[in-house]
Design a binder for this molecule. Structure first.
Ligand code: IDP
Ligand code: MG
Length: 143
């Protein structure tokens, strides 16, 4: 069983797409086990995107992700990481597969509507940045 951290980014929240994006992911049969809305501060943004610290777009990315509220969610399921990455589509919406979330809702390579963890290990680290153990629900999803 894998877990993945999903963020509905500020560009999507402000366009009223939070529910639609969470719904698209639920439709892939992964189980929603945590959900909250928050406004990331600088410190949390820098921790979450620490692997990109040396990238040219790092400062812009921090500015963007802290520019407005986000929706943070945790999904659980067999192959949850790759299932969610596939549903999201490629980083650049212009290159994302037809029908993927970024293809349908992303604006550009930075403002691309959604984040999803890229590995099981990354997911466990990212989930701990946003949620306490008590906030992760346990239940069996009926398919
Ligand atoms: P991912 O979100 O598909 O895993 P990453 O390479 O991990 O893509 O990049 C993290 C985030 O940084 C992207 O989702 C996007 O918001 C932003 N980003 C990635 N590449 C660029 C770029 O070339 N210019 C501006 N922003 C970028
Ligand atoms: Mg990534």
């Amino acid at each position: 069983m894998e877990r993945s951290l999903v963020l509905v980014k500020p560009d999507a929240v402000e366009r009223g797409l939070s529910g639609t994006i969470i719904s698209r992911l639920e439709n892939t049969k992964v189980t929603l086990i945590a959900l909250k809305m928050l406004h990331m501060d600088q410190a949390l943004a820098e921790r979450h995107y620490a692997p990109h610290k040396e990238r040219s777009f790092f400062n812009d990315l921090i500015k963007f992700i802290t520019s407005g509220p986000i929706v943070a969610a945790v999904f659980e399921g067999d192959n949850a990481v790759s299932t969610i990455r596939t549903a999201m589509g490629a980083t650049d919406p212009a290159k994302a597969a037809a029908g993927s979330i970024r293809h349908d809702f992303g604006l550009d390579i930075e403002h691309n509507a959604v984040h999803g963890s890229d590995s099981v290990q990354t997911a466990e680290h990212e989930i701990r940045l946003f949620f306490t153990e008590a906030e992760l629900m346990r239940y069996t999803r009926k398919q």
